[in-house]
Design a binder for this molecule. Structure first.
Ligand code: SF4
Ligand code: SF4
Ligand code: SF4
Length: 248
């Protein structure tokens, strides 16, 4: 039986999510037993125009990136956006809050006008093409990556948490950081990370994006209790998708 072919592509990003795949170590071997990786710049030298599953890391920051992404979408039966850069623009989207010429000059100084340093407003992958599945987080969680890819290879639909980080945080018995005057985004952000940051004493910064159907009443209850409102929470969603509009 022919194995499904997987191709991994990177756009604007730090490649930390690809590193998470490498960190799977022996788990990679079990994935390779049921699929062929035909393109993956960080790990292999092969390139291919024929693949079934395309995994996209990074956000789209130049017109030529959009052309490349659309070409990949045409060839792939399934397209997965991997990591916060791909799923919501990520830290690259911070530049959308500034004049792009000023951003270029700030970063590249006298070289800012060089043609290969062309830039545009940052977009998440689903702002350019249809995305079939998203693997959330910055970086994405390697175990969740393995679960999602394995499910797809088995013809199953992976189940991604549809509840907020607070659920996992409370299940761990953590004291709420709002008591410590940290404006934690847990009430509106998608769970699945095991409430990693609040469990270490840091507020949730929102790297997994807004949960699709947040329990608005419960979130309001939290913010009301501390004399704030949902708008205050939105202003804290600046790091990973600064112009992303929540569904709350
Ligand atoms: S989501 Fe985070 S870890 Fe992954 S590529 Fe983007 S910046 Fe790097
Ligand atoms: S707001 Fe943050 S610290 Fe408080 S319960 Fe929710 S996730 Fe935990
Ligand atoms: S707690 Fe929030 S910022 Fe931290 S890993 Fe989870 S979703 Fe990301």
């Amino acid at each position: 039986m022919t194995k499904p072919r997987i191709a991994i592509f990177d756009f604007a990003c730090c490649e930390g999510c690809q590193l998470q795949i490498v960190n799977l170590e022996e788990d990679i071997l079990s994935l390779l037993a049921v699929a062929d990786v035909v393109e993956w710049r960080e790990a292999i030298s092969d390139q291919s125009d024929e693949y079934d599953i395309a995994i996209i890391e990074g956000s789209i920051t130049r017109p030529e990136d959009e052309t490349r992404l659309k070409d990949i979408r045409e060839k792939a039966k399934v397209l997965i956006a991997m990591g916060a850069c791909a799923t919501m623009g990520g830290v690259n989207k911070l530049k959308n809050n500034f004049d792009l010429n000023e951003v270029k000059e700030c970063v590249y100084a006298d070289d800012a006008e060089m043609p290969h340093l062309n830039t545009a407003m940052t977009k998440a992958v689903d702002e350019v093409v249809t995305v079939d599945f998203k693997i959330h987080g910055c970086p994405m969680d390697k175990a969740e990556f393995a679960y999602i890819v394995r499910s797809l290879l088995l013809g199953k639909t992976p189940e991604i948490p549809e509840y907020p980080v607070c659920v996992e945080c409370k299940a761990k018995g953590n004291p709420c950081l709002w008591e410590d005057e940290q404006l934690c985004l847990g009430p509106v952000i998608r769970a699945g990370c095991g409430a990693r940051c609040p469990s270490s004493g840091f507020r949730c910064f929102g790297c997994r994006g807004y949960v699709d159907n947040p329990n608005v009443d419960a979130a309001k209850e939290v913010v009301d209790k501390y004399g704030l409102d949902i708008e205050d929470l939105k202003t804290k969603m600046v790091l990973f998708g600064s112009t992303q509009e929540p569904t709350v």
